[in-house]
Design a protein around this ligand. Structure first.
Ligand SMILES: Nc1ncnc2c1ncn2[C@@H]1O[C@H](COP(=O)(O)OP(=O)(O)OP(=O)(O)O)[C@@H](O)[C@H]1O
Ligand SMILES: [Mg+2]
Ligand SMILES: [Zn+2]
Length: 509
């Protein structure tokens, strides 16, 4: 930590003192009034107007990505409706009712986490409860969080309640996945879509909270944190938490970079080397270390993608702005990198939304690491290493003139259609007379190549000087059939990682 110079002794003190009275910023700064909420003006105004005009609905649905205020809005609305001085456009936050709702102990305002409350029976129970008058408050309010987790049976039971709402009962649903809410429910609730918070709004919020916490933060530091928040106030605040734990009361962009692992290129170089070597166990070990050091896997994956992008840039003859990428890039051919980048980018979305992000990252990397087996096919085919720059001794075989022919074609495709070129590197290709056939293991690639067939045929015509027909097929991996399932490297790596025995093996086609 020497690079931080003067501040380091203060930081040590801060790190020792911090845990004693530390409350997560997101909790400490949860808005308690509508006017404290940032970024959701339309939603707030609509709700306040409805309260003013006494048009109170009996079922609301708040949707939007994580950490943008869905639960917060629901709780404030519950207070505004039930407050001793209400229904009012703002809760007073001083009466017993407001206080109890804030603390989560009001008997008439119940928060239900649908993730642990999915059964029909519990909803039936809920139906019984709703038959009674509120114990004290104006309304009996049910805030159903993570509503998309409810079972079909639970929704059906709820539907009856929403269709014939008992008097004084209000439902508020919150969900990140509105598309999973049945249409019959959607048509009977008042829907509010909360939006992501803009970068500037996030920055301003961070600045405000840093101020309230007497934390000195430079603008660049807040900018990085806000960016990493990706529209979510909670994510931005928990990053700020991590950084305060690391650097104490004064935060610089360098601190942020260190904590977020922005400069941790060694780790990515190691990870990509393992991917290149097809070392599944090694990959899982490296990720285990990352987990132990408290890395956020979503951020880790983003950074890794950035690293791979830089490798790709270098491989294509460009210059990268990430240290260490060059050496690793040399271990791959351009088409291999394209294929890996494609694969990782395809999973980016999956990982962002995945519940078990670590496992999602593990699976994505293990998938990427299965390529050496494919590389062998590619090389056998082309008779030479695809890229000059790749290290390692691969023998060329000048006698195989047909594959050589094909290589010229593949190189041309790679230049004209890099993406398709990357996909083709993933196939078993062969040329016979006036036809070239590609056999893929993956229909995803096969479909993309089929779509590009016209373009490929015109390139082939240029290369060979005569019309060529291209055929695309999908087949099961030939290697997959030979080995008993227990020998499967992915399975073995998982076994090593998680322990246990392979009891039953099944392969998806
Ligand atoms: N719009 C906002 N304005 C101010 N702070 C916010 C806002 N949204 C979220 N926060 C902060 O993030 C924390 C979490 O917010 P909240 O629980 O309302 O998010 P959510 O949208 O319900 O997320 P999830 O989908 O994860 O349940 C709050 O305690 C608050 O500190
Ligand atoms: Mg919530
Ligand atoms: Zn009140």
């Amino acid at each position: 930590m020497t690079q931080f110079g003067l501040g380091s002794s203060e930081r040590v003190v801060a790190r020792i003192l911090a845990p004693m009275s530390y409350q997560a910023l997101a909790r400490k700064y949860r808005p308690q009034r509508f006017s404290d909420i940032i970024g959701q003006e339309t939603v707030v105004r609509t709700l306040q107007n409805a309260i003013e005009q006494n048009r109170i609905h009996h079922a609301y649905l708040f949707s939007g990505v994580r950490g943008i205020g869905k639960t917060t809005v629901a709780r404030i609305l519950a207070k505004a409706l039930n407050c001793v001085k209400g229904p009012a456009t703002e809760p007073d936050n001083v009466c017993t009712i407001c206080k109890e709702i804030t603390e989560g102990i009001d008997l008439d305002v119940r928060e239900i986490d649908a993730a642990t409350y999915t059964g029909v029976d519990s909803i039936r129970e809920l139906r019984d409860v709703t038959q009674f008058q509120p114990a004290r408050d104006r309304f009996r309010i049910f805030i159903i969080d993570e509503a998309h987790m409810l079972s079909q049976g639970a929704w059906n039971a709820l539907l009856k309640l929403i269709e014939e709402p008992p008097p004084h009962v209000i439902f508020m649903f919150a969900t990140t996945e509105m598309q999973k809410v049945p249409a019959t429910i959607l048509s009977r609730v008042q829907k509010f879509t909360l939006r992501k918070i803009t970068l500037d709004e996030l920055k301003a919020r961070l600045r405000q909270i840093a101020g309230a916490e007497s934390i000195e933060a430079d603008d660049a530091a807040l900018e990085i944190i806000a960016r990493r928040g990706e529209g979510s106030v909670r994510d931005a605040l928990s990053i700020l938490d991590q950084i305060i734990a690391f650097s104490g009361r004064s935060i610089t962009a360098a601190d942020v970079a260190t904590v977020l692992g922005l400069s941790d290129t060694n780790f990515f170089a190691r990870l990509m080397t393992l991917v290149g070597e097809g070392d599944h166990a090694g990959i899982l070990e490296a990720l285990q270390e990352a987990a132990e050091s408290g890395r956020d896997f979503k951020l880790l994956y983003r950074d890794l993608l950035n690293f791979v992008r830089n490798m790709l840039l270098i491989s294509a003859g460009g210059k990268a702005d990430v240290e260490g990428a060059e050496e690793v890039a040399r271990k791959f051919s351009y088409s291999e990198l394209l294929r890996i980048a494609n694969l990782l980018m395809r999973d980016d979305d999956v990982i962002t939304r995945a519940e078990h992000q670590r496992m999602a990252v593990e699976i994505a990397l293990l998938k990427a690491a299965t390529f050496p087996r494919l590389r062998a096919v590619e090389e056998a085919l082309s008779g030479s290493p695809v890229s000059e720059s790749r290290g390692g001794a691969v023998k060329t075989n000048p006698e195989t003139s047909q594959p050589r022919d094909l290589e010229t074609f593949l190189e041309r495709v790679q230049k004209a259609r890099p993406l398709i070129g990357g996909y083709l590197a993933n196939a078993q290709g062969s040329k016979k007379d006036n036809g070239i056939s590609f056999i893929f293991n993956d229909t995803y690639y096969a479909d993309a190549v089929t779509d590009a067939r016209d373009a490929l045929e015109s390139i082939a015509k240029e290369v060979y000087g005569a019309p060529v027909t291209i055929t695309v097929e999908t087949a099961a991996a030939p290697q997959a059939k030979k080995k008993p399932i227990g020998e499967d490297p992915v399975l073995k790596a998982f076994q090593k990682h998680l322990g246990g025995e392979v009891v039953e093996g099944r392969r998806s086609k």
